[in-house]
Ligand binder design. Structure first.
Ligand code: ATP
Ligand code: MG
Length: 254
């Protein structure tokens, strides 16, 4: 079987990240299955965003390997690195839309920067992406004119502009009311089913995890690493590790 058809799109090995000598996590290993939704979870400060940033090349690990479709990403340069970067779409924790630009202009940006498509073709793609997240009628709005949930949707449309194979979401429902949050989760699920895009979502919302997770990677600050990894059902069935059990049963830790 060639690397590209293997079930895992990402293989992370022996990953260690530290800031000023302080280790966030050390020697962690995990795989990300293709076409599924994997959720990275754990308490505040355990390194969820750092892990996402490491996987997308924004944080340089102290050691380790991250392979995409069998190709090493860490330390890659030039065309090789660009080839891997083109596989990603990212929705950052802050959303990151340009405030002075319309939603259509925001979504068009990656297309203008990374392709030589005609203006007409770009407009078509922008319209298609915005309508796929339910914002077809809001192309001409600027971010200040729409709700928080709509901004997240627009951020997803922009992350999908280049038809990525892998979408990364850092706390997509942070700051949203429960209804907007549930509707965003539903959208993430629908996009995953419709497009088969591999998704890696950071969250600590139990409801979101239940609604979207196929696989779970649970980090723990004290352990400086992964304390549970598997399908949602497998991880939820863990009773021998009280950190995992307490998280899923809402038991407050001391
Ligand atoms: N650029 C950085 N420089 C120094 N320390 C950092 C940096 N980024 C993260 N850290 C530290 O690394 C640890 C993990 O942070 P990270 O933001 O990854 O946690 P998190 O799990 O995403 O938390 P939250 O749930 O609050 O978003 C924290 O102690 C944080 O202070
Ligand atoms: Mg974070």
């Amino acid at each position: 079987m060639s690397a590209h058809t293997s079930t895992n799109v990402i293989e992370a090995r022996n990953l260690t990240v530290e800031f000023s000598g302080l280790r966030v996590f050390e020697h962690i290993n995990f795989d990300v299955p293709r076409g599924k939704i994997s959720v990275i979870l754990g308490g505040s400060g355990c390194g969820k965003s750092t892990l996402l940033r490491t996987l997308t090349g924004l944080v340089e690990p102290k050691e380790g390997s991250v392979r995409y479709d069998g190709e090493e990403f860490l330390g890659s340069v030039g065309e090789e690195r660009r080839h891997i970067l083109r596989k990603f779409g990212i929705l950052f924790q802050s959303g990151g839309l340009f405030a002075s630009m319309t939603l259509a202009e925001n979504v068009a940006l990656p297309l203008l920067e990374n392709t030589r498509l005609s203006e007409e073709r770009i407009s078509e793609i922008v319209a298609m992406k915005l309508s796929s997240v339910g914002l077809g009628k809001f192309q001409g709005y600027i971010p200040a004119e729409i709700s928080g949930g709509m901004k997240k949707r627009a951020g997803i449309a922009r992350a999908m502009a280049l038809d990525p194979e892998i979408l990364f979401f850092d706390e997509p429902s942070a700051g949203l009311d429960p209804i907007s949050s549930a509707s965003l989760d539903k959208l993430i699920r629908e996009l995953n089913s419709a497009l088969g895009t591999t998704m890696i979502v950071v969250t600590h919302e139990l409801q979101s995890i239940d609604d979207i997770a196929d696989y779970v990677i649970m980090l723990d600050k004290g352990a400086r690493g992964i304390i549970a990894h598997g399908t949602l059902a497998e991880v939820k069935a863990i009773t021998h590790d009280e950190r995992v059990y307490n998280f899923f049963h809402r038991v407050a830790s001391a």
